[in-house]
Design a protein around this ligand. Sequence first.
Ligand SMILES: Nc1ncnc2c1ncn2[C@@H]1O[C@H](COP(=O)(O)OP(=O)(O)O)[C@@H](O)[C@H]1O
Ligand SMILES: [Mg+2]
Length: 418
Amino acid sequence: MTPARILVVDDEVDFEALLKQRLRKKIRAKEFELIFAHSGKEALEKIKSDRTIDMVLTDLSMPEMDGLTLLDKLREIDENIKAVVVSAYGDLKNIRAAMNCGAFDFVTKPIDFEDLTITINKTLAYVKQIKETIFRLQQAQLQLIQQEKMAVLGQLVAGVAHEMNNPLSAISGSVFLVNDIVQKLINHLALYQTEFTCSSPEIAEYAEEINLEHIINSLPRMLLVMSGSTERLINLSNSLRIFSRGDTESKVSADIHEGIDSTLMILQHRLKPNRQRPEIQVVKNYGSIPEIECYLGQLNQVFMNIIANSIDACEEVNVGRSFSEIEAKPNRILIQTKLTKDRAKVIIKIKDNGTGITPEVQSRMFEQLFTTKPVGKGTGLGLSISRRIVEEIHGGSLTFTSLWGEGTEFAIAIPVVN
Ligand SMILES: Nc1ncnc2c1ncn2[C@@H]1O[C@H](COP(=O)(O)OP(=O)(O)O)[C@@H](O)[C@H]1O
Ligand SMILES: [Mg+2]
């Protein structure tokens, strides 16, 4: 734990030495750390430039800027820094004024160091509590924003996918019919050509002009491309719908494999080959698992976060390697599912041969907002959200093993019934 930081403001230099001496045990035990300023002005500068100060212990009568003015200004900078004032014994008027200026507590001169220690501890405990509350609030707020964003995005995507469905079905159906019709027309033309061999020069000339033979040969191929592409669009639209499946109020029985496949489909553009590297191979090893009661839309978000991290790690490990070097040891993501022996849990493992994770990063990577990626690429939200979805919402566990330079494996365990 880092020691709490206390800014001591007093114009008497002797006080500094005395304080250090009397509080040396606490300082040595790293319970707190003392920083000194010798005037209100110097104190304000220190507080402004060093945002880690937890509390201020200040004398009231000082040249340049007195303690009361310092208290006033302190409140403007940061109301979470608590101040304890030191005043002359019996100087009730100034003590009242200081309390009215927002001082947290006071001690009197000559200082009773036992009392001072108690006062410091009490003040620091209060500051710590406030900090923790603020931190928890920030976390909750961030999660709410993220949840809201995902919900809105999910609805949008589901809506677009739904709207794409009708035109896509229409195109797909027409292509199917056109295929048949074109074949019939070609047959009909062929009949003409055999039955009426003496075609007029005009017809022959036009046939040459439009390259009739070539058109007839390529038309079925084009139609094949069209139906293939429509099919891919239909798959994508289905994947989008499954991926962003509007989560109902309660858990719904769902097929995890369908969820993973839809996620992979959506990540396809990041997996396919490009100029720097061949495709990132995805090897699926699906076991026989039952449908499980879950919020599939949210679990898909977990699969997405973890697989996207694996892709990032593969891309990072590629830095400095040539295309052929990567080809010799290709980027690979292994996805495995299975049911535990007691049939109580479904395990989904996602393993990559990317960079691996250093022990320092391992100890922090589930923290909200922790990222090692450049601004715009990483948000540091993926793993903390995933852990919440898996552990809090589904009563499962999200764990990992990783070796720096080797790769990483995440394991998601979800109870079959909960
Ligand atoms: N498969 C992985 N390989 C290497 N590092 C990883 C992997 N997964 C997560 N990490 C590390 O954990 C950090 C936090 O991940 P995450 O919460 O998803 O946030 P982000 O991806 O936005 O950085 C990443 O920045 C990265 O350093
Ligand atoms: Mg991430």
